[in-house]
Design a protein around this ligand. Structure first.
Ligand code: HSE
Length: 309
């Protein structure tokens, strides 16, 4: 059989934080993501040969996919190089894991081409090097669900430990992406360095009960746990119509609504596709009055994560 020297992959969008789980929880989307083609080349190193759909740098050291791939090659030191083509469907600064998809995509594809020497946790660690370029800090709550699929919890980063959580079967996500850009680094800079103990207690109780709700497919508990009293109060000011959109979509029957990652996208989790459609209509009717362009995505939770296509 001829050796595989080129691969095409789908790197899905993701929702990080999931309201209460800042920097630790995330889930994977199915209907939106980037595509990448990665091929082996005789010349060592990493070259980004094409980027379609976005105005991102081609220079390897300035591109998250290039940085994560270089970090991986430093360790593996294969006797070849790699060329990367990136077809971006996830807009940078959208809050649904654009940089994570690129950073994860290059390391996943190279690992496949080299016969899978690394496991998913190791790939997550290398992808974090690329993500750090975009957000100025290493966190894995977008990368982990992109690579593992489903819901993930980042138990720790030093050492890196990812827990895969179960996905209740009727869960759908509706996402609205207002076409404004929020830089993750800026959305992190406005957060307080310290928080009151009473807030921390409420938040970690919600993280624990959200994890329990996922394990038991308890949609009522899931709904009661999707609250963020620590980060959302600061970041929502960056997102026009956030409060109106949240209250209307909850009225329409969403289990919970929150900021996706560092925004501006807003996610709703819904019990069933019919409700996810209804929530999308509600989001549409609120946002069409805002004068801001937007996209809406409806997606089941993607249990597989990043894949070869
Ligand atoms: N947990 C990160 C944040 C996700 O909210 O800043 C965005 O990269």
């Amino acid at each position: 059989m001829a050796e595989l020297n080129e691969i095409k992959i789908f790197a899905p969008a993701t929702v990080a934080n999931v309201s209460c789980g800042f920097d630790v929880l995330g889930f994977c989307l199915d209907t939106v993501g980037d595509e990448m083609i990665v091929r082996m080349s005789p010349e060592k190193g990493v070259r980004i040969t094409k980027i379609a759909g976005s105005d991102l740098p081609l220079e390897t050291h300035k591109n998250v996919a290039g940085v994560s791939a270089m970090a991986l090659l430093e360790t593996l030191n294969p006797n070849c190089g790699f060329e990367i083509e990136i077809y971006k469907n996830i807009k940078p600064g959208s809050g649904i894991g654009s940089s994570a998809a690129s950073a994860a995509g290059s390391v996943f594809a190279i690992n496949e081409l080299l016969g899978r020497p690394l496991n998913k946790t190791q790939l997550t660690a290398y992808a974090m090097k690329g993500e750090a370029l975009a957000s100025q800090c290493e966190h894995a709550d977008n990368i982990a669900p992109c690579i593992f699929g489903g819901f993930t919890l980042v138990k720790g980063v030093k050492p890196l430990e990812i827990l895969e959580l179960p996905t209740p079967s009727h869960l759908f996500a509706t996402i609205i992406h207002p076409q404004i850009e929020i830089k993750t680094s800026e959305a992190r800079a406005i957060l307080p360095k310290e928080i009151p103990l009473s807030n921390a207690i409420e938040q970690w109780a919600n993280v624990g009960s959200l994890v329990h709700a996922l394990h038991t497919s308890n949609y009522n508990l899931l709904s009661a746990s999707l609250k963020d009293i620590i980060v959302e109060p600061y970041r929502k000011q960056l997102i026009p119509e956030f409060d109106t959109l949240k209250s209307k979509t909850l009225e329409a029957g969403a289990l919970g609504v929150g900021i996706s990652g560092s925004g501006p996208s807003i996610f709703a989790l819904c019990n069933g596709e019919t409700l996810a459609d209804k929530v999308a209509e509600t989001m549409y009717s609120v946002y069409q009055k805002s004068g801001i362009d937007f996209n809406i995505h409806i997606s089941p939770i993607n249990k597989q994560g990043i894949k070869v296509i």
